[in-house]
Design a binder for this molecule. Structure first.
Ligand SMILES: [Mg+2]
Length: 259
């Protein structure tokens, strides 16, 4: 089965019809094209169902679009997947709000954080007060993993995918993050598979899973946007990103794009 990608061979060419859901009924309005050497199908991005067949007279024209890539001969080990840490595999934002509320008597909930800059939602605190916990080793031990992250990441590792954690963390947080997050919740990921990079676009990989839009934009990887309250209003589809709500969706999406 060949799948239609953009010319750069990295970005899946995705389509949607304004104000119309896919006829499969799963709720998604995004689809892509797959070709089985005979017919071209529109396939739902979310559930993988073939939702329509391109009429025969248009097949030649469609085959001249973008890059049709045959993924069927590739093995999981042929794919490198970068996985962000904060708010992708653990709930940094939730622990951060709780820490500041407990310390300063504020009442901000995780759901209230609708923009990237957390300090905007604590107007009574200075920036130093807001960012202080990130430099407190004890804070990292209060963070919980995101549901399903460990289970599905381990499945991907066991299946042979090259999984690298990729975090743009401050150098002072590298050690506590390793000990309180990676070793505690994701012990199957060796420290040699952890990349600290502020500009993730510099890293060569097939996929990046991240909640930070700025990490996905302009990257030469398939972009998987982990939904978070701060990125909820961003139009992922129009920016060639796959929005996912949980780790089961991530796991299924990776299989759909690589099987
Ligand atoms: Mg993050």
């Amino acid at each position: 089965m060949k799948i239609l990608f953009h010319e750069n061979s990295k970005e899946l060419w995705q389509f949607f019809i304004e104000n119309q859901k896919n006829p499969c009924g799963c709720g998604s309005n995004m689809f892509h094209y797959e070709y089985d050497d005979s017919k071209i199908y529109g396939v739902c991005n979310a559930c993988g169902e073939k939702i329509y067949t391109v009429a025969e007279p248009f097949v030649k024209e469609y085959l001249e679009m973008g890059k049709w890539i045959d993924l069927s001969n590739k093995k999981p080990s042929d794919y490198t997947i970068l996985v962000d840490i904060d708010d992708t595999i653990e709930d940094l934002c939730g622990a951060w709000c709780k820490w500041l509320n407990d310390k300063h008597g504020t009442h901000v909930e995780h759901m209230d954080i609708t923009e990237w800059d957390v300090s905007k939602f604590f107007p009574t605190l200075t920036k130093e007060q807001v960012f202080e916990p990130l430099h407190d080793e004890n804070f990292w031990w209060t963070i919980e993993p995101i549901s399903g992250a460990s289970e599905y990441l381990k499945k991907l590792v066991d299946e042979g995918y090259n999984i690298y954690l990729c975090t743009s963390t401050d150098y002072r947080n590298v050690k506590p993050k390793h000990e309180a997050i990676i070793k505690r919740y994701f012990p199957f990921i060796d420290w040699r598979k952890v990349i600290v990079a502020y500009d993730k676009q510099m890293i060569k990989a097939d996929f990046l899973i991240d909640d930070g839009i700025h990490n996905l934009e302009h990257g030469e990887y398939v972009k998987i946007l982990m939904s978070a309250t701060h990125n909820r209003s961003y139009n992922a589809e129009e920016n060639d990103m796959h929005r996912v709500e949980n780790w089961k969706e991530i796991y299924n999406l990776i299989h759909r794009l690589t099987d």
